[in-house]
Ligand binder design. Structure first.
Ligand code: FAD
Ligand code: EPU
Length: 338
């Protein structure tokens, strides 16, 4: 285990921001994590746990230690009549885990195909797509407490999952290194194709028999058709969350803007499509220097070449202001600003 100094993070964040870390280390075992937790550098400088770097925006160099979590391993640890319990190391690539499940007929994660990043970050914001969130299959996770070095298990309830939310973004922020996540996967699939575009895509694919393989393929096709590939264009997926407003406010907005896109929530509120709000403010496809708003998906901010993190941040600020001005709606950033 080598602790590097002044280490470039450019290839380790999907926005391709040219930032560096004062110290950088990769860990591949629990023992290495324990060693790092006890080191003087760790105890005396700011720390950042890094997965695939696909939900971060570096606005400056990181003046502390970045720990890249590479813990690997995927195994079934238990099964009962209905489910397999699959444990995955935090450093496993998320989509590889999903493909492993698809290939072995473990059902539940298929709608979450092609989400970038690693397993260890998946509980941070309860990753979600196409009608499914990881909370639907999450059994438990193991983590190390950064200060007292104790190993702690979190159940589904402990994580307090919500829409792009968990305790790890709030009361437990920056306190734990997640080392593994265990998922509860169905032996008999419960297909979820309620998200409009999936059914249409399955039809277009000529699917005769519904399967987790077909759903995964449909989701990959939809994602590839509108989301920029971070290998080609720097981005971190949706930059903002879809905002939740009261039904009353939604009805008022609907009178003024009949085409507004909103979805009813179980709690009686309405979730607005932030992409629509941003597009209506004229931002879709706009660029400011090398920073920009993607031309197919206005919720995705992009780095076309050498944008600085704070240029992308400033652009996000301008977008938030114009959405506030036009619709009196507050956007909240989904991406973690560092
Ligand atoms: P990182 O960006 O490395 O880290 C994210 C946060 O988690 C940071 O605060 C970091 O400190 C913390 N963290 C990471 N690993 C650990 C760990 N082991 N222990 C403790 N803290 C940790 N997200 C969705 O929910 N749905 C989508 O559909 C979706 N689509 C996307 C599409 C694109 C093209 C891109 C680029 C991103 C998309 N995202 C989506 C966002 C992103 O893929 C997820 O948030 C993903 O879980 C981030 O994983 P990561 O390993 O890259 O995390
Ligand atoms: N829309 C526009 N203009 C745009 C973009 C979207 O009008 O430029 C409207 C359209 O009406 C469209 C609707 O918004 O039908 C919804 O768009 P889309 O299906 O692309 O989904 P989204 O709400 O923009 C969310 C998640 C994505 C996730 C998809 C699929 C958030 C913040 N984003 O996007 O997650 O993949 O749904 O479930 O909830 C991410 O978190 O990084 C992410 C990509």
């Amino acid at each position: 285990m080598i602790i590097h100094e002044n280490y470039s993070l450019k290839k380790l964040n999907s926005f391709h921001i040219d930032a560096s870390a004062k110290y950088f280390v990769e860990v591949t075992s629990l023992k290495e994590i324990q060693t790092i937790l006890s080191s003087t550098i760790f105890r005396t400088t700011p720390k950042l746990i890094l997965g695939g770097g696909s939900n971060l925006l570096f606005t400056k160099d990181f003046d502390g230690i970045v720990i890249k979590n590479n813990l690997s391993g995927i195994s079934i640890i238990k099964e009962d009549e209905e489910c397999y319990y699959l444990k995955a190391g935090a450093g496993e690539v998320w989509h590889n885990l999903v493909m492993h499940c698809i290939n072995n007929n473990y059902a539940g994660l298929e709608n979450l195909s092609l989400i970038p990043g690693n397993v260890g970050a998946s509980p941070m914001q309860n990753i979600g797509a196409y009608g499914v969130e990881i909370k639907d299959c999450f059994q438990e996770l193991e983590a190390f407490h950064i200060h007292d070095k104790a190993k702690v298990n979190f159940t589904n309830a402990d994580c307090k999952f919500g829409y792009r939310e968990s305790v790890f973004k709030h009361e437990n922020k920056n306190q734990f290194i997640i080392t593994s996540v265990t998922f509860r996967l169905n032996k008999k699939p419960k297909f979820n194709i309620s998200y409009g575009a999936i059914e249409k895509e399955l039809e277009a694919m000529g699917t005769k028999q519904l399967s987790i393989q077909a759903i995964s393929k449909a989701v990959c096709n939809i994602r590839n058709s509108k989301l920029p590939n971070p290998v080609e264009i720097g981005n971190a997926g949706s930059f903002f969350k879809n905002p939740e407003i009261s039904k009353l406010k939604y009805e008022e907005l609907k009178t003024e803007f009949p085409a507004i896109v909103g979805y009813d929530l179980e709690n009686g509120n309405t979730k607005l499509a932030a992409g629509w709000l941003i597009e209506q403010c004229g931002w879709k496809g706009k660029t400011v220097g090398d920073a920009g708003v993607h031309k197919l998906q206005a919720l995705v901010l992009v780095n076309y070449a050498n944008a600085k993190g704070n240029e992308i941040f400033d652009l996000s600020e301008k977008i938030m202001n114009s959405v506030k001005q036009k619709f009196a709606v507050d956007l909240e950033r989904e991406v973690n600003i560092i």
